[in-house]
Structures are given as structure tokens and as C-alpha cells.
Design a protein around this ligand. Sequence first.
Ligand code: SF4
Ligand code: SF4
Ligand code: SF4
Length: 323
Amino acid sequence: MKVGGMEQRLRREAAALLEQGKVDLIIGFADGSLKFTTSPLITSDKDDASRLVINPFIANNLSVFLTGVKGRVGIVAKGCDSRSIVSLLQDNKLAREDVFIIGVPCSGIIDLTKVENLVGRDRDEIDDIVRDGDKVTVTVAGKASEFAARDVLFDNCLACELPTPQEYDLLLGEPTPAADDESKAASQEKINRFKAMSPDERWQFWQNEFSRCIRCYACRNVCPACFCERCFVEEAEPTWVQPIPRWQDNLIFQITRNIHVAGRCTDCGECERACPVNIPLRSLSREMYDIVDGLFSYQAGRDKEAPPLLACYEATDVVDFIR
Ligand code: SF4
Ligand code: SF4
Ligand code: SF4
């Protein structure tokens, strides 16, 4: 089904769910206030269903809102979002009967920064961006240029193994294929550059990066795996990190955050996308994802019956301190 067809079906189904009292709220995407953006829409009004959109810019992982709302919720979920929902179910942060998952088979989200770099223009100067299968056409000052979709999608989308939600109550279209090897290799380029550095270079690299962190906590606040009611950074007794954003404390914040989301992170890419100073946070979170997979053959949000990774152990675990 084409994106337009999915959008029309979503609007009908969301209105019916609200009208029939099957859900109290719908969480989806509406057009954003800026070009080529969308914003989360949380509504109990069936008339708002006509504002719901599905397009190549539905970037947010909306599952982050599920722990903050009450009642039965219908939620629009791409593949990675549905895995985050499963992860929340595993952690008992949600009850399955309280969530109606409207699954969107996903073809990847367009990274506007990559588009800007390719056309050499700011997003405000771009007239249109149209995705059609493997091609993306960008129009600037009336002149259309065509690019491979692979060149303009977010890195995490290039690595996506489960773009179609596995857990859903309603699937809006036909399943989309997982990333191929070429795309996966492209998704690793930034991480591989960082891994090729010597330990001293790497230390200097992260020191420089986290010197720019303003500790806005956007990376934490958009992350569905960061659901603690009281984050360690807000503790006063003991004080784990100083409130002033020194690079040392910023680094401790991010290292600890990555350990806390190990086994819960679905590589949705939201932390890196949300960072206002463009720190390459996915180089940490994806590496942790791969380490978890390598050590425990565990990928977050694949099995709602599985115990959460950090809450269980097995006799075959590689380290034996817990046995
Ligand atoms: S990671 Fe996968 S499911 Fe998530 S937005 Fe990208 S392509 Fe879609
Ligand atoms: S989003 Fe970026 S700037 Fe804000 S706290 Fe996270 S790393 Fe720091
Ligand atoms: S750590 Fe980043 S990539 Fe992982 S779930 Fe959280 S926001 Fe998504």
C-alpha cells in the first residue's frame, strides 16, 4: 500500500477507535510547524484523526509518551517504535491490553541534514522532497535532483532489521524489507571511523564532543528506554554528576545512560537526532546494542515474553560474577 493509502486508512481507523470508545487517546503524527517535519499529536478528539499523517518525516519514537498517559491508548508505531513498546511491556511499564498498536511498515526516515549537505542548501531553501521507492527527488529553485534513498536516510534506518512492526493490533500496509548489506555497511561508517582511532585519539574525540554538551537532556527525554521516574543525574545524595555541564560530568551522564538502556535500546536513533549540538550519540548507543547482541544474543523488543536483559541471568552467561 502506498504511503497516501496508509494515511487515509490510519485516519479512518483512528477516528473509529475513538468513536467506538476502544481507546481514550490516539498518539500519532501531525504536520510540523516547519517544512519537512512532523510533530507528535496526542488527542481524544475523533475530529483530530483527519490531521494524522504518514510520510518520510515521521521521525519521533512515540512510545516515549506511553508511560506518561493514562487510559487505553492507540499509538502509531514504526518497526523500531513497536520494539520499544515491547521493551516497555517486558519491563512492566505498560499493560498490553492498555495499548492498541497501529503498525506502520516503514521504509526509513529522511535525514534533512543529509539532504541539505547533498544539495548545498538550507532546508528553508528547499521547495520539495518526494520519496518514491528507492529514489528521493529534491527540488530547489524549480530544479529537481534525484538521489538514492540510501543517501538521505538516517544512519539507524540504514541498519534497520525490523522495519515492519512485529507486535501490532492493526498493520496499515504490506511488510517492508529489512536493510540490505550495503545499507548496513553505510550505517556503520561513522562508527567505524571512531573505532579505528587509538584509545588516546578516541578519548580526545569524546572529550571534544562532550565539551559541547549543554546537558539539555533532550537525548534522555526523547528516549523510551529512559523511563526512570527519578534520573540519577537529579540525585543530590549522592551527587553523581555536577549540574554544571563540564565535559567530565557530561561524559559520565552519557556513559551511565547507555548502560541503563543496554538491552532496551532499539537503535531508534532519536537521541542523536534530538541532540541540539550534533554529538554522534548513536556511535555509543549502537555500539552498546551490538555488544549486547554479541554477548547475549539479545536484541531489544523482539519478544514480549522474554525477561528484560538486565533483570535475568543464565548459567551460560559469559561472566560468572552473578552465579
Ligand atoms: S529504524 Fe527502522 S523502523 Fe525505525 S524509523 Fe528507521 S527504518 Fe523505520
Ligand atoms: S541532547 Fe546533546 S547536548 Fe543535550 S544532554 Fe544530550 S548529549 Fe548533551
Ligand atoms: S538510546 Fe537512543 S537509539 Fe536507543 S532507544 Fe534511546 S533514543 Fe532510541
